[in-house]
Design a protein around this ligand. Structure first.
Ligand code: PEP
Ligand code: CO
Length: 557
């Protein structure tokens, strides 16, 4: 199995804190108050950041202490590798980022029952495709995943907000540079709007460059008495309802890897090559709101954001003087569902001698595959990436606590993100008890809301859709519940696109049920279109601004 070479890891520009507001505009930093009594030692470790850069961003440096048993160092968002200055982690039952290594290997999941895997007809064909994947380079580097974990730890402590967004399922047919660019651009616009409201950095993660495999409730789909294997994502089979299209084809895994690679290449170029420039990104397209009552309100907020950027420019903070005005961190995430594929991209990081899932920076486990004894939990336990777990209204506190403990036995900050997906009403009823259970157990998690999967409805004309107003209500309920509980609403996880699709109804642009047939392009679940996504960001920004004023966000709580 190929190992990441130390030079390739060290040679990467180290990801630093996301789009940063400069010192005079940003909040004052606050040290994170960890729940366990930490032993904090100096952060005098190796860092590849130049002194100049470190100085420029020091306002965002927050110390995050690790449990005493784990580390003798302090990590900061800008110094992820400070994690590895400790030399006394014993016989490594736990990785430095919190993975549980006892009796674990990238293939130990094979001894457990793996749900939601395709049934390939030909084992040789499957093995040949997996060998091809194993011989390809990793898509991401371990150092980047560690940087993300440090930023997520910062968010869990109340000092950042996290924005996940992208397709429900990426597709081969819809893959275009323009599509990647448009989704990326809307995510950046949303993050500026959110940063303005919340007054904290926004960590950006795309459901992109690997989000192909889909869990399905039935193995077979039956139409007019004919049953065929369900469509499981373009990396497995094709959505047309014919026996040939629905046959799981292992070569699709290789094609999905290649598409992920091209997508990631573009995302890296956009993030570092000038496309992420604040001046450029804030060229808002608000035409959709013109002549509408709500539009005026959003336009005013956009004008205030522009004024803040112009003010910074007047202070001499512009694209020439400040790299953070033109570059940004952008991370990738997907559901690690197809375990054969994930295993083959799980690589040993030679800096730390620990395994990372190198198919994306962040991997999550879906609602349907998180059985404690199942294969997916076994895989997730030992990879050193930051990981997410989807939870629903049916989850009970004790089992969520137990899952978090299994995946993060030393309670390392930033390792676990709990992504709730309940629907607005159910969230108000069930999220408080789950927060209470996690708090009572003293567990360090990042709370994120997925307001999509609990709000799907089927229309009379046969479309799966999501009313924008229900999505909005779940996000607002999430904020309100956390404010009541005194915990941090750490982020939002959206299915969205930069394209002008008609998949979710409502919003200021008023997509009607009749409009759904116009541009219904998703290969799986309905996505917010560009204007609905931006509108949601404006609404969240206003809400977060109010919470910030009340002291409910932006500080360690
Ligand atoms: C998804 O995020 O696309 C998904 C299938 O989610 P869940 O596991 O929450 O249903
Ligand atoms: Co989905």
């Amino acid at each position: 199995m190929a190992a990441l070479s130390p030079t390739s890891v060290a040679g990467l520009k180290p990801p630093s804190a996301s789009l940063r507001l400069p010192r005079r505009v940003a909040r004052k930093p606050r040290a994170v108050a960890p729940r366990y009594a930490p032993r904090r030692l100096s952060s005098s470790g190796r860092s590849s950041l130049s002194t100049a850069r470190r100085g420029a961003f020091s306002h965002l440096t927050r110390s995050i202490a690790l449990p005493p048993s784990l580390s003798r160092a302090v990590i900061t968002p800008n110094q992820p590798d400070a994690l590895y200055h400790s030399s006394d982690r014993g016989d490594k039952q736990i990785s430095a980022t919190g993975a549980s290594l006892k009796d674990w290997s990238p293939s130990s999941w094979r001894d457990r029952e793996a749900l939601q895997q395709p049934n390939y007809e030909d084992a040789d064909e499957r093995e040949a495709a997996l060998t091809e994947i194993a011989n390809r380079p990793p898509l991401v580097f371990a150092g980047e995943a560690r940087s993300l974990q440090a930023q997520l730890a910062n968010a869990a402590a109340g000092n950042a907000f996290v924005l996940f967004g992208g397709d429900c399922a990426e597709s081969f047919a819809e893959f275009r540079a323009d599509g990647v660019r448009d989704t990326y651009r809307v995510l950046l616009q949303m993050s500026i709007v959110l940063m303005y409201g919340a007054g904290v950095p926004v960590v950006k993660l795309g459901r992109m460059a690997g989000q192909f495999a889909k869990p399905r409730s039935e193995d077979l789909e039956t139409i007019d008495g004919v049953s065929l294997p369900s469509y499981r994502g373009d990396n497995i089979n094709s959505s047309e309802f014919t026996p040939e299209a629905r046959r799981p084809d292992p070569q699709r895994l290789v094609r999905a890897y290649d598409q992920s690679c091209s997508t990631l290449n573009l995302l890296r170029a956009f993030s570092n090559g000038g496309y992420a420039s604040m001046q450029r990104v804030s060229k808002w397209n608000l035409d959709f709101m013109e002549d509408r009552e709500k539009g005026k309100e959003y336009r005013e907020l956009a004008d205030r954001v522009d004024a803040a950027i112009n003010f910074m420019k007047a202070c001499g903070i512009d694209e020439e003087t400040t790299p953070s005005m033109t570059t940004t961190d952008f991370f990738t995430a997907h559901e690690a569902l197809h375990l054969g594929y994930e295993e083959k991209l799980t690589r040993l990081d030679s800096t730390t001698e620990e395994y990372y899932g190198c198919s994306a920076h962040f991997l999550w486990c879906g609602e349907r595959t998180r059985q404690p004894e199942g294969a997916h939990m076994e895989y997730f336990r030992g990879v050193s990436n930051p990981i997410g777990i989807k939870i629903s209204d049916k989850s009970d506190g004790d089992s969520v606590v137990s899952l978090v403990r299994t995946l993060n036995p030393e309670n390392v900050p930033g390792r676990i993100t709990l992504i709730s997906r309940m629907g607005a009403e159910k969230l108000r009823e069930h999220l408080p008890r789950l927060i209470a259970a996690i708090e009572a157990a003293g567990l360090n998690v990042l709370w994120v809301t997925d307001p999509m999967h609990g709000n799907t409805v089927k229309t009379d004309n046969g479309y799966k859709t999501r009313p924008f107003e229900r999505v909005r209500d779940e996000v607002m309920a999430f904020f309100e519940v956390h404010e009541q509980m005194g915990t941090h609403p750490g982020g939002v996880h959206l299915e969205m696109t930069g394209q002008d699709v008609t998949e979710c109804t409502g919003g200021t642009a008023e997509v009607t049920i009749g409009d759904l047939e116009l541009r219904y392009l998703t290969h799986c679940d309905p996505r917010l279109n560009a204007s609905q996504a931006l509108e949601l960001a404006f609404l969240m920004s206003n809400k977060l601004a109010g919470m910030k004023e009340r002291g409910a966000i932006g500080k360690a709580r």
